[in-house]
Design a protein around this ligand. Sequence first.
Ligand SMILES: [Zn+2]
Length: 302
Amino acid sequence: MIVFLSKDASISWVHKYHNAYLSNTLNSSQNKILRKYTSIDSFCEHIQEVTPREKRSIQTAIQSIQQKCWTWKCLVARPTWTVIGVDNQVDGSMPHTIHSAIIMPHWLRAHLCDSTHSAAYTDAIETLIHEQIHCLQKMYPPHFDKLYTLWGYKQLHHYPHYEHTIRDLKQQFPQRTNPDTPTEWVLRNKWYQAVVFKDAPTSLTDVSYVLIDLQGYAADVSDRKQHAMVNQDATSWFTDLFGTTKHCYHPDETSAVLLANLIYQDFEKCASASSAKRKQPPGKTSPAEDILIKWVHSCDRL
Ligand SMILES: [Zn+2]
């Protein structure tokens, strides 16, 4: 089932599910400066009604994902896909989710209306799958927790001794907030992944994707604690496990990125040669993807 929330229903949805996230974001000067809203009400001013034409195109896109990617049916066939329209101003124009609803900026809806099925259309299909995975994460946390455990993650609350370190680190290194990654995790018992703003950021993508050694951070007495912080891309044990995409910066993002990519490959296989070009040849899967594929087979009843 596909539900398009009206403007009024979207405003109620935002008030119900987005309040805590917005307060947290607006309490951080870096996060606040780069967003185009200053309160929940001004956030709601960016909500747009999805037009009948957009609704038809989005419906066609979702049905076509469900038909072409039937082997992933536990992820794409159900449950409801819920859509809220916004303008291109909110959160750097990045599509995201609020609870189990996909927040679709105007550009994404326009790309899905592209009947020539250009590269922009196929990218939009992959984005749509990515966002629906985020919705599933919020609806079925225990299923995804199982996957993240297999990858070596454990939720931060299992490590009360890191509490002080995390508080200090958030103060020293402001991090970009993300409504798609509500839970905090520790990898291999000591690594904390963070999206840290660069000095004087001018956009929401002015960030570094880092792995922080929480034990080393606590022991480091220097000012910038740089010894405890490494770039994710430059860390071989990490890239050997997850591959080189910088977007694997949180297990919710990693699973959305890797699953959307795998599911999308099936979508593309079904598309005619003239309408879509394979973005990358089907290569060797990473160990994280192998674990992911086994996990998908084990959660048929999602
Ligand atoms: Zn995402």
